[in-house]
Each structure stands twice: as C-alpha cells, then as structure tokens.
Design a protein around this ligand. Structure first.
Ligand code: HEM
Length: 193
C-alpha cells in the first residue's frame, strides 16, 4: 500500500476519522511486537520468583542461578518497554488516534498502562528483596501475582480492538469473560491439588 493509505471511519457516538497510512501501520506493527515482547518478560519474571520462593534454605548455587536469570530478564524487559511505550505515544500524539470526544477507551488505556508500569516496578522491588534474601511470600502467592499482567493485557487489547462506546455492554462482556476464566482457573487449581 502506498503512503496515501486508506480512510477509516467509525460511525456512531464515538465517531472519528483517521487516515491509515502505510507508515502508521508499520509503527503500529512495531508497537504490537515490542508490547508483546515486553509482556513476555512480565509473564516470565514472576515464574522465576515462584522458583526462587521454592528454593530450600542452603541451596545457594540454585538461588544464585535463578537470581542471575531474573536480573538478565529484568534488564531485557526494561529495554523492550521503552520502544513499546514510545511507539504507542507516537501513534497517539503523532496520528491523533484516541483524541477527541467519544474516545474514552484511550483514557482507560492510559490508566491500564499506568497499572502495567506499576506492576513492572513492583517486580523490580521484589527482585531486590530476593537478592537481599528477605522474601517472606509463598510460591502460591507469586502464582496468583503472575495472573495480574494477563488480566491487564486482556483489558488493554480489548480496549484498543473494541474501542467501546457502549460501556455497559463492554462491562457485561468482561464479567462473562471473568466468570469463564474463574471456572477454568478453579478447575485447573482443583486438578493440581
Ligand atoms: C504509553 C502507552 C501506550 C500508548 C500511548 C498506546 C497507544 C496506542 C495507539 C494510539 C494505538 C492505535 C490504535 C488504533 O489504531 O486504533 C495503539 C494500538 C495498539 N496498542 Fe497501544 N499504546 C500504549 C501501550 C500499549 C500496551 C501496554 C499494550 C498491550 C498490553 C498495547 C496494545 C496495543 C495493540 C494490540 C494495538 C493494536 C490495536 C489495533 O490496531 O486493533 N498498547 N496503541
């Protein structure tokens, strides 16, 4: 597709008009790739915390091996976060996507992104606590903590894809989704016991 791009209009209460240029679509492609890679780190770090919390006292070599893995992954996750956010901000500020009336999805997305940043920060602090040998939490706690980025990613992706204007309907869909997740999660937990 040449730079001219195609016109994308969304009718209804959240009406907006946006030119989908090739350049913008490439930025969006890179945004999605970096976001997915950033989240891979956010999913895997707490898995290492689960293993760290399970290390028996005295197994110093194993503890150090896991700590090295976590440090490397944390560095890599930091690096991936920067282009993921910069490209997202570029799409928002440079192309005006999510601006104007009826674009509440973008406000909620900003809020969710702040929560993801908070989660990332908490992971950093947890790693420092493991390094100092001060962890008091169980492996089960870290397994539950591991589910938080899954929910945040689901929320953000559903916001950018659906771009809800009917918030009641969006919330109802979410409640049904959470119910299904709770049933499957409960079944998985029951089988593991
Ligand atoms: C500073 C943070 C971010 C900003 C400002 C931002 C902004 C944007 C904008 C403006 C778009 C274009 C939407 C469209 O074309 O309709 C977009 C697309 C997208 N964003 Fe972000 N984003 C950010 C972070 C994230 C994060 C953390 C995720 C994932 C968890 C994410 C996932 C996506 C996806 C999947 C798309 C493609 C949606 C589609 O084309 O259907 N973004 N983002």
């Amino acid at each position: 597709m040449a730079l001219g791009g195609q016109l994308f209009a969304r009718p209804g209460p959240g009406f907006f008009l946006c030119v989908y240029t090739a350049q913008m679509l490439w930025i969006k492609t890179l945004h999605i790739v970096f976001v997915a890679s950033w989240f891979a780190g956010l999913f895997y770090l707490p898995r290492i915390f689960v293993n760290l919390a399970e290390v028996p006292p005295g197994s110093e070599a194993e503890r150090q091996r896991l700590l090295t893995m976590a440090r490397r992954l944390m560095r890599f996750t930091h690096l991936l976060m920067v282009p993921a956010l910069a490209l997202g901000i570029g799409l928002w500020a440079g192309y005006g996507i999510g601006w104007g009336p009826g674009q509440g999805w973008m406000h909620v997305k900003w809020l969710a992104v702040l929560l993801v940043l908070g989660y990332h920060h908490v992971c950093m602090r947890m790693l420092k606590r493991f390094e100092r040998g001060e962890n008091r939490r169980s492996e089960g706690w870290y397994r539950v903590f591991n589910e938080v980025p899954v929910l945040l990613m689901l929320l953000i992706v559903s916001l950018v894809v659906v771009k809800p204007t009917d918030w009641g309907g969006f919330l109802t869909d979410w409640l049904w989704g959470l119910l299904v997740l709770a049933v499957f999660g409960g079944l998985a937990w029951w089988r593991r016991r």
